[in-house]
Design a protein around this ligand. Structure first.
Ligand SMILES: [Mg+2]
Length: 288
């Protein structure tokens, strides 16, 4: 008798990745988010006229069950904690998730504890690099003597006038990317790790369709988010070096407004008006 061997391919179980991520978190994620809103902090979520900031922060709290909020920032987790402690008078609450250190850390928004599922692969790429890089960075004119922070990246204040870009490019043979943003910050990151790559990895864990995502930012370290092709809004107050990239970013909309007002403008532009329930419209044109 002939024996038929049937190969059973194991398909991924829907929700399994998301459950593994949720298991490392201190607070529940929305079951079926209608929007994943990914916001830079300085110059973006922490900017704009106060009435718009107050409105957007409260909207994020009210819609928490269907709007999954992610901070995406160059700050480290200690600095994110300081922001959350300083902003309650305007109503800014902890997001669901935090991408910090320009994409080198992912943490639960409530506990600010790093999530090993997302962080361990980045940690593995970073291992051994600081020992090689720190002595070389100390010799580069225009780079501060000590890094400001060193969690899976090295962040420095720099004097761009005194900086020789070729010395930074020479560092990249060690497997790092050197990124200058805001005209005064240098980030030395594991090669290929940035706000965009980490967001795409996180969206796989979240099992969210890209059509439900909007990112927002204003500086050059947000460029990698805009290059993902996800719907993105560039603040009116974006740094000139970022604006220069706009022609080759077809999914990025440049808002006329700054900060939180620009984020709301972007939500309208990308078709999320129904989620705003018309309330933001009431603020349009008001004296702010
Ligand atoms: Mg910014």
């Amino acid at each position: 008798m002939a024996v038929v061997v049937v190969e059973v391919l194991s398909a991924p179980v829907p929700g399994a990745l998301r459950q593994r991520l949720q298991a490392q978190m201190a607070a529940p994620l929305p079951a079926q988010p209608e929007l994943v809103l990914v916001t830079d902090l300085d110059g973006t979520l922490l900017a704009g006229p106060s009435p718009w900031r107050r409105w957007l922060y409260r909207w994020l709290v009210r819609e928490r069950h269907r709007v999954l909020h992610v901070f995406s920032t160059g700050r480290d987790l200690r600095s994110v904690a300081r922001v959350l402690a300083a902003e309650p008078e305007l109503g800014l609450a902890a997001p669901h998730l935090v991408i910090s250190d320009v994409g080198c850390t992912v943490a639960c928004g409530l506990s600010l504890e790093p999530l090993p599922l997302a962080v361990d692969p980045i940690e593995a790429r970073w291992r051994g690099l600081p020992e090689r890089l720190l002595p070389q960075l100390a010799l580069i004119p225009g780079v501060a003597s000590e890094p400001v922070t060193a969690d899976r990246r090295l962040a420095y204040c720099v004097d761009v006038e005194a900086l020789d870009g070729s010395l930074l490019r020479a560092l990249e043979i060690h497997g790092v990317d050197c990124l200058i943003s805001g005209g005064r910050y240098l980030d030395v990151l594991p090669a290929g790790v940035n706000k965009g790559s980490t967001l795409l990895a996180l969206l796989e864990w979240l099992e969210v369709a890209p059509e439900r995502v909007m990112t927002a930012g204003d500086s050059l370290n947000d460029l990698a988010m805009f290059e993902t092709g996800l719907a993105s809004v560039m603040m009116a107050n974006a740094e000139p070096g970022l604006v220069a990239h706009l022609p080759r970013l077809p999914a990025t909309y440049q808002a006329r407004a700054e900060g939180c007002q620009g984020i709301v403008e972007g939500l309208h532009h990308f078709g999320f008006t129904a989620l705003l329930e018309g309330r933001a419209s009431a603020l349009v044109g008001c004296a702010v």
